[in-house]
Design a protein around this ligand. Structure first.
Ligand SMILES: Nc1ncnc2c1ncn2[C@@H]1O[C@H](COP(=O)(O)OP(=O)(O)O)[C@@H](O)[C@H]1O
Ligand SMILES: [Mg+2]
Length: 434
């Protein structure tokens, strides 16, 4: 089946364009922040930029301090608001820095790592990541901290701190900062199992609505408990019904969040930016609940889902898993200009599409008032791009005024950015501004 037909059959083909938005971003001068000549002396002792004349530096991390995190015994890095590049050999510790930043987001960070793996192997089993995050007004910013707490039974728990006080969890940071990242692990996203794409879409949705991960966690927890009852062949009707109702509420919220995320992605045409360096995508979600929400209100979809779950109890017990629901959904992406499914595109085209999706989301969020600022973490992206696309990526990111961190093995990858980026060399377990 041809790609376009496949998409049509799903009944979800969308190709909204919004050239005015793209032009507006493109018009913004790449030098909007005028940070080209900020020196070390301009940063005060606490790492916060207090100079109001440069308040345009924008919201973002101003300082990152690592203690016994991954390969770092200790590191203290100051950022001035320009896009930052981490340059160093393989294994130098570049990705570890991005991962440390991602600790302030929901979930397990950019490597989905276990807490225990984050603590430096040669350390005492604990770690600390602390940061200063300034808001767009140039205010002093917030003090963020993530570490590991040892429970009496030898277990580990993530400990979060905000402005010197214990925070309930990373959700406390959701009003301050959001993250969007691209890593080499996502290179095969379009040919990987559906779960990878689902998680990618859920992370995009999470940047748009901090409640999305709560819906995902609630759904998973209820589904797991229901399956345990079914596996044990315990016909506890009241308990099963309660769990299925919870699954339906959370599951429909999850599906609705994904639909919103897909609509937002489709609302920004990245091919209108930087001479079309990154292709626009057509996005569709293949999923029972997501499709049902096309023609029905959420309450009705919930009721139908509850009925479906009830009818499938025996089948799900036999299968050992729920055979219906949003944990099976898939994100279907195609290259809009070519009309080809992303999974059939070349490796380079897939990478460009993926970057395009993240940029579309960033563009959409950048103009959303009142939302926590988005920080972009791009791990080893530059090496995949030809020089023109590298320059275009920088112009787009810089024009958006979002803080961005990028890694690369060679300084030359970022040559076209010049002093518009703050460059750091990572080597020997240390990070130095170049
Ligand atoms: N918990 C840990 N303790 C000590 N070293 C670690 C830990 N986790 C990873 N490392 C080391 O960190 C290095 C990888 O760092 P990474 O940031 O991925 O490098 P790169 O610069 O290539 O991105 C490896 O040498 C790895 O052994
Ligand atoms: Mg790396």
């Amino acid at each position: 089946m041809r790609a376009t037909e496949a998409l049509k059959e799903l009944g979800m083909q969308r190709s909204l364009t919004s050239d005015t938005d793209a032009e507006a971003v493109a018009r913004r001068a790449p030098h909007v922040r005028g940070c080209a000549d900020i020196g070390e002396d301009d940063i005060s002792e606490d790492g916060i930029d207090h100079d109001d004349s440069r308040a345009a530096a924008g919201a973002g991390f101003r300082r990152l301090t690592l203690t016994n995190f991954r390969s770092y015994a200790f590191a203290d890095v100051r950022f001035d608001g320009r896009p930052a590049t981490f340059i160093g050999a393989n294994g130098a510790g570049k990705t570890n820095l991005l991962e440390a930043l991602s600790m302030f987001g929901p979930g397990r960070g950019l490597r989905s790592a276990r807490l225990d793996d984050l603590a430096r192997a040669e350390g005492d089993g604990r770690f600390a990541v602390a940061a200063r995050f300034a808001d767009a007004d140039g205010d002093d910013g917030r003090a963020l901290g993530v570490g590991i707490d040892r429970t009496p039974d030898g277990g580990a728990a993530r400990a979060c701190r905000l402005d010197g006080a214990t925070a309930r969890g990373p959700i406390a940071f959701a009003d301050i900062v959001r993250f969007s990242w691209l890593t080499p692990a996502q290179d095969g996203l379009f040919t990987a199992a559906a779960g990878e794409r689902r998680r990618f879409l859920d992370r995009i949705a999470q940047t748009q609505d901090a409640g999305h991960s709560r819906a995902a966690a609630d759904y998973e927890a209820a589904a797991r408990q229901r399956q345990r009852l079914l596996d044990e062949r315990r016909g506890d009707e009241a308990w099963l019904s309660a769990l299925e109702t919870r699954m339906a509420e959370a599951g429909v919220a999850l599906a609705a969040g994904r639909r919103d995320a897909a609509t937002t992605l489709a609302s920004f045409d990245v091919s209108g930016l930087a001479d079309g360096a990154f292709p626009a995508a057509v996005i569709a979600i293949e999923g029972e609940l997501e499709a049902a929400l096309d023609g029905a209100v959420a309450a009705d979809v919930e009721d139908a889902f509850v009925a479906e779950l009830k009818a499938r109890r025996r089948r799900d017990a036999d299968a050992g898993r729920a055979t219906y629901g949003p944990h099976r959904s898939d994100l279907i992406v195609s290259h809009r200009a070519k009309g080809t499914l992303a999974r059939l595109c070349s490796t380079g085209e897939q990478k460009a599409l993926l970057i395009g999706l993240v940029l579309a989301n960033a563009c959409a969020l950048a103009r959303r008032a009142g939302a926590a600022p988005l920080v972009l973490l791009f791990d080893e992206i530059a090496a995949h791009l030809d020089p023109n696309r590298r320059a275009a990526l920088f112009d787009i990111v810089d024009g958006l005024g979002l803080q961005c961190f990028m890694t690369g093995t060679d300084e030359s990858l970022f040559a076209s950015w010049g002093r518009r980026a703050q460059a750091f060399r990572v080597e020997g377990g240390a990070v130095h501004e170049i």
